[in-house]
Design a protein around this ligand. Structure first.
Ligand SMILES: Nc1ncnc2c1ncn2[C@@H]1O[C@H](COP(=O)(O)OP(=O)(O)O)[C@@H](O)[C@H]1O
Ligand SMILES: [Mg+2]
Length: 295
């Protein structure tokens, strides 16, 4: 066994102690570095997360602003359409009234003619003119109903007479069958007859136009608790999904000669009566519009 002098012992001890001390410092530093890296990494991912959130938020904000601008534009456009519609409607109505009166008088005079062939030809021509006048009248009515303030006048009316009047106002082709059902509890209705007639004329016209090769229209009035339900059902071409979503918006039409105001007017009049309008439709099978009105 080697016995070291005490001065060497002290040196070795000092060296050992220094080594341990340096190692300890190394370990602590490495640990601190690890902690620092972990924190930096966490900070970085947190920052990235925040940045993504911010980008998402900005994108949302942009789309909200774009949406609001579109809504504002649409509202301005609607006001302009409304004002023009009111003016045009008013100006066309007067000559139409004169034309209707003239046709009525001419048809009466027609009976005095002795030549049956000419009589028949003229009668057919007058019918064509009458049809066209009716057609323009419907456009004018839609334009006016779209723009005028609505104040319904509620009174008791005969349901059958009202539904029949609506049916008689629409030209039903020979290849279209009409079924009319009126609930026996609904002999009379309390509503604005003019509004309901306009609603039905618009729905019936659409049904006729949806059946160019013929079919069947069912018009029903059903008592349903404290509601009156009017159904207009057809076996026509149905409404495609992309049209369904915007059906009650103005100027939406799939017809070459359509105005896209009919259903907007229906909704406006139904709501003015405190009711709702809904529909079910299947392409190739047909469409059913349901108007629920307070009884
Ligand atoms: N009964 C129906 N059957 C099929 N499509 C319909 C029916 N009613 C409405 N539509 C669709 O809704 C659109 C809008 O109708 P409407 O507002 O009356 O305007 P318009 O008749 O002038 O086109 C129509 O162009 C048509 O595509
Ligand atoms: Mg229409």
């Amino acid at each position: 066994m080697v016995i070291l002098p005490s001065s060497e012992k002290t040196t070795i001890f000092t060296v050992l102690f220094s080594l341990i001390f340096v190692n300890l410092i190394g370990i602590v530093s490495a640990w601190q570095l690890h902690l620092y890296r972990r924190k930096s990494f966490q900070d970085l991912s947190k920052r990235q997360e925040l940045q993504t959130e911010l980008e998402q938020y900005t994108k949302n904000l942009e789309s909200i602003v774009a949406e609001r601008i579109e809504e504002l534009k649409a509202a301005e456009q609607l006001t302009a359409i409304g004002t023009t519609a009111g003016m045009v409607g008013h100006d066309i109505r007067n000559p139409l009234t004169t034309m209707t009166a003239s046709i009525y008088l001419s048809k009466k005079k027609l009976e005095e003619l002795s030549n049956d062939k000419i009589k028949e030809t003229l009668r057919k021509n007058f019918e064509v003119i009458e049809e066209q006048v009716k057609y323009i009248n419907k456009i004018v009515s839609d334009l006016k109903d779209y723009s005028r303030p609505l104040h319904p006048f509620i009174q008791e009316i005969e349901t059958y007479a009202l539904l029949k009047e609506a049916l008689d106002s629409v030209k039903i082709p020979d290849n279209v069958e009409v079924d009319l059902h009126i609930d026996e509890r609904l002999i009379k209705l309390k509503t604005d007859a003019g509004y309901v007639k306009r609603i039905l004329i618009n729905l019936l016209s659409n049904s006729v136009q949806a059946m160019p090769r013929g079919g069947k229209i069912t018009l029903e009035a059903i008592a349903d608790g404290n509601k009156v339900r009017l159904n207009v059902k057809d076996t026509g071409q149905g409404i495609p999904d992309d049209v369904k979503t915007k059906l009650f918006k103005p100027l939406i039409t799939t017809k070459a000669k359509g105005q896209g105001l009919g259903l907007v007017v229906v909704k406006r009049l139904v709501e003015a009566l405190g009711g709702t309008v809904t529909f079910e439709s299947e392409v190739g099978r047909g469409t059913k519009f349901t108007v629920d009105l307070p009884a």
